[in-house]
Every structure is written in C-alpha cells, then in structure tokens.
Design a protein around this ligand. Structure first.
Ligand code: PLP
Length: 429
C-alpha cells in the first residue's frame, strides 16, 4: 500500500470518496458496539462461577484458619487470603492488607490519607504543602489521573517507552523537585501500552533519591498474572531491591482479583513495608471493623492458593488471546504500509495502545461514535484528558463478542483512514 502522505490532492480525494462510501454503509447498520472499557466479558466472568457455590449454609462460614466470616474482625483479611494475595504481589503476609473489592478504592484512600494526614515519615499532611506534584507516565490509566486531579495534585507527564517510564525524566523530577510526592506506575502489561518495565527501569526506580522524604511510588500491579500468550514476561521485584537499599517505605503496592474472579466482586490488596502497613492499618481501624470476609472465604475456598490463581489465569488467557490476535490482524490488514498509525502488541493485560497521525485521534474517535462504536475518549490516557499530540487511542478488545469485535475493528480502521485523509487534505490546502 502507498503511504497516504505520498498521495496528491486528487488521489486523496478519490481515496476519501471511497472510504466515505464504506463509512455510510457502516452507518446504515446502526451498530451499537463498545471498545471503550477494559472489562472481562460474561464468558470470562463465568470461569469463576463455581466460587459462588463454595459458601452455603451447608458448607458453613468458618474459614480454614478458624475465623467465623459472618462476624466482625480480621481488619487486614483472612490469614489464608492474605497468604494467597501476598504470594501474588510477592510480599509476605505481614506486608499486606486485603481490603474491599477495588484496588482503585484503596489507591484513592491512600492518596486521600496522604493529603489529610501525610504518609509514614511526612513532616506534615500533603495538603499543607504549597504545591504537590505526581508523575504520570503517558499514555496511562485514566482513573489514576482522575484521583490526583480530584485532589488538586499537579500532574506531570512522563513519556512511556517500551521499557517503562523514561527514567531520565523520572530521576530528574523525583531527585530534584521536593514538590514531587508520587508517581503512578502499572509495571506489568501496563494500561494501555502493555509495556512491562525492564530490569534496568526497575533498578533505576530502586536507586531514586527523592528530594521529598515522603515520596511514594504507587506500584499498581493490576495485571501481574494477566499474560495473554504462553510466555509470561517477568517483572523485576522492586520491593526486594528497595529493601536492600533501605528504602522499602518508598513503595505502595496494589493489586486485585478484579480480572481474575469478578470485576465487581473480587478482592483488592495494598502492600508495602511494615512501617507503611502498620500505619495504614491503624488509620483503617477508624474507618472499618473489617472488610467483607464472606467474599474472602469464597476466594480462599475456590482458588485455594496462588497456584490456583495461576491455573485459573490460563482460562482467561485462552479467552482473550483470539480477540487480541483478531484486532492485531485487522489493524495489520487495513493499515500496514499507509503510515497513518502504529499500535502495541501486548503480551498481557487488557489493552492495545494505538497512535494515529498527530491531530487525528479526536476526529477518529468521533467518526467511530457517529457510526455506533464507542471508544475511550481521545486524550483519556493523559492527565487532564489532554493528549498534547492528539494521537493516542486506547483499544479494549475483551468485552465485545468476536463478531462484534471484528466489525468494530474494521470500522475503527476505516475511521483512522478517514481522519488521516481529511488531515492531509486540510494541510495540503
Ligand atoms: C491499571 C489498573 N488498575 C486498577 C484497575 C481497577 O482495579 P480494581 O477493579 O481493583 O479497582 C484497573 C481497571 O481497569 C486498571 O487498569
């Protein structure tokens, strides 16, 4: 295929007419498709349905560890569940709190407590500082950025590379600016690029010398077991490295079973140094007497241990792999050689990150919408919703059925082409 950039105005106009005719055919289908949110589909959710049968009046509600899960107590989680989640996040049971069903909630609360009270080692609450900044690797997870925006924390874009955040930029900010109190990280199968932080990146994180003594790395390992193919890309253990360097307090780890068991009824965990966890437990004890132990009991009985989780993830990998492969095949068929887009080929996680030509993402998403396909809004993967190049679009292939996904991906490619031709026609005037 000839790159669009090499076409003259007349050729571009002809291409445009052809594409528009196809687009109108799509519009006539009255599609209602959604590639916007990284959700498991109903089939995936069904993999864990036997979990619901593990708790009944006959089976009782006393855990293996002897806890009556119907009653108050166990603020930081059932011992067997703490062990399972600790193994998943590569920490020890005394370094973890299993709380609620949403890790995003735990992250929100962690930022909230830091603002109001400070973190372990703070001189004062973060809200008493004149300015607070968080580093935001971009493109990144929109809901992380929504939390920091909500608390009025200034967000600083850091470029993502295939090896993780650009560490020159990170070191420059963290080591020199005391207003930088935190960084959002999704270190494995990142949202949305799928990048796994390299060993060198993780090692550089472990050697940070923050100007703020209460700086925290928010290490959201949401996709730690979410490989798509047989090969799992290993992630270097940052917590271990920080411990060796005497800096374990610098890290808050998060994870959940939202995309393992149920997205709406899983288990979430926060982990970190004993200093951090002890302080957090003390603060949490004011907020709650304990989280939902019936859900914890179901997870413990169904998965049994971390090996059970890993075995279960094979089902998810087998379910989502064909969808990722389909989208990649269609993008390649439709766009290869046109030089109007590039995309990631993730080995795990829930997303493909797509870059259009500069200035074309918003238009592409709006063309999709007008033909019945909802995409994540362009810019959503950047702080304040502002993509400085207007080129990034997050594709979430897991939720639609395979036939719907094929239609949605073809329409998406058509919209990428239309937006690119429109752009070239505008700049050539
Ligand atoms: C990176 C990341 N962290 C957290 C979450 C949400 O996790 P939870 O369901 O545990 O709140 C998501 C969901 O898409 C995510 O992509």
């Amino acid at each position: 295929m000839v790159p669009y950039q090499q076409l003259g105005v007349k050729e571009l106009e002809e291409v445009y007419d052809g594409l528009m005719a196809q687009y109108k055919e799509f519009q006539a289908k009255n599609l209602k498709l959604d590639m916007s949110r990284g959700k498991p589909d109903a089939h995936q959710l069904g993999f864990a349905d036997a979990m619901l049968d593990t708790v009944s009046s006959a089976a009782g509600a006393i855990s293996q560890s002897g806890v009556d899960c119907r009653n108050y107590g166990c603020l930081d989680g059932l011992p067997e569940v703490k062990q399972m989640m600790a193994d998943m996040l590569e920490v020890t049971p005394d370094e973890i709190i299993v709380g609620g069903n949403s890790s995003l909630n735990l992250m929100f609360d962690a930022v909230s407590r830091a603002m109001i009270l400070g973190v372990y080692g703070s001189d004062k609450p973060w809200c008493k500082e004149p300015v607070i900044k968080f580093l935001c690797p971009v493109p990144g997870y929109d809901r992380h950025f929504a939390i920091t925006q909500h608390f009025g924390i200034q967000m600083v874009n850091i470029d993502m590379t295939p090896d993780g955040p650009d560490m020159d930029q990170v070191e420059d900010c963290v080591n020199n600016d005391p207003a930088v109190k935190g960084i959002w990280c999704v270190p494995k199968y990142s949202n949305p690029t799928g990048a796994v932080y390299s060993k060198e990146t993780v090692e550089r994180f472990s050697r940070l010398r923050p100007a703020a003594r209460d700086f925290r790395i928010f290490w959201d390992n949401a996709y730690c077991v979410h490989r798509i193919y047989d090969e799992d890309v290993p992630l270097t253990n940052l917590f271990e490295l920080l411990k060796k360097n005497g800096k374990a307090d610098m890290l808050f780890l998060f994870g959940s079973t939202s995309k393992i068991s149920y997205a709406g009824g899983g288990l979430a965990a926060m982990a970190g140094s004993r200093n951090n966890i002890e302080l957090t437990k003390k603060q949490l004890s004011i907020q709650t007497i304990g989280y939902d132990k019936i859900s914890q009991l179901m997870h413990a009985r169904y998965f049994k241990n971390f090996d059970g989780i890993k075995a279960h993830m094979q089902l998810h990998a087998d379910a989502v792999r064909p969808k990722f492969q389909l989208v990649d095949r269609i993008l390649t068929q439709e766009l290869d050689g046109l030089e109007i887009g590039r995309w990631t080929k993730p080995m795990g996680g829930y997303f493909i990150s797509f870059d259009t030509l500069e200035n074309c993402a918003k238009r592409t998403v709006s063309l999709c919408k007008e033909a019945g396909v909802v995409m994540t809004p362009a810019g959503a993967s950047f702080p304040y919703g502002i993509d400085p190049y207007d080129r990034n679009i997050r594709i979430a292939p897991t939720f639609p059925g395979i036939e719907e996904l094929e239609l949605a991906a073809r329409l998406f490619c058509l919209c990428v082409k239309l937006a690119a031709v429109e752009y070239y026609l505008t700049v050539s005037v």
